[in-house]
Ligand binder design. Sequence first.
Ligand SMILES: [Zn+2]
Length: 110
Amino acid sequence: MSDGDEFEIDPRAFLAPADGEPADHESARSSSAEGIASLERMERELIDVEDALVRLDEGRYGVCDACGAEILDARLAEHPTERRCEDHRTTDASTDAARGGSTGDSTSNP
Ligand SMILES: [Zn+2]
């Protein structure tokens, strides 16, 4: 009656690997690495937000770091911490949909 193995919780059960991946120690390590990666991403976003707040305070919010052009409102709505205009944005945007556009007339400053 002292055998409680059935009720013992295996921590690996919570590290559910993606379908098709072998449930060995290697995958357990990589899922915690994923957690760290997402934490690092969140930390970077937090830094971005703080940076945006500073720029907002200094009246530089929504202005391109590289050329001083105004960043589109639509872009800011989607990425409030954006600090580059369409032309100078080099973040890890895998989709380069803005390519081939013919909008290069934002030279007028108020
Ligand atoms: Zn720019």
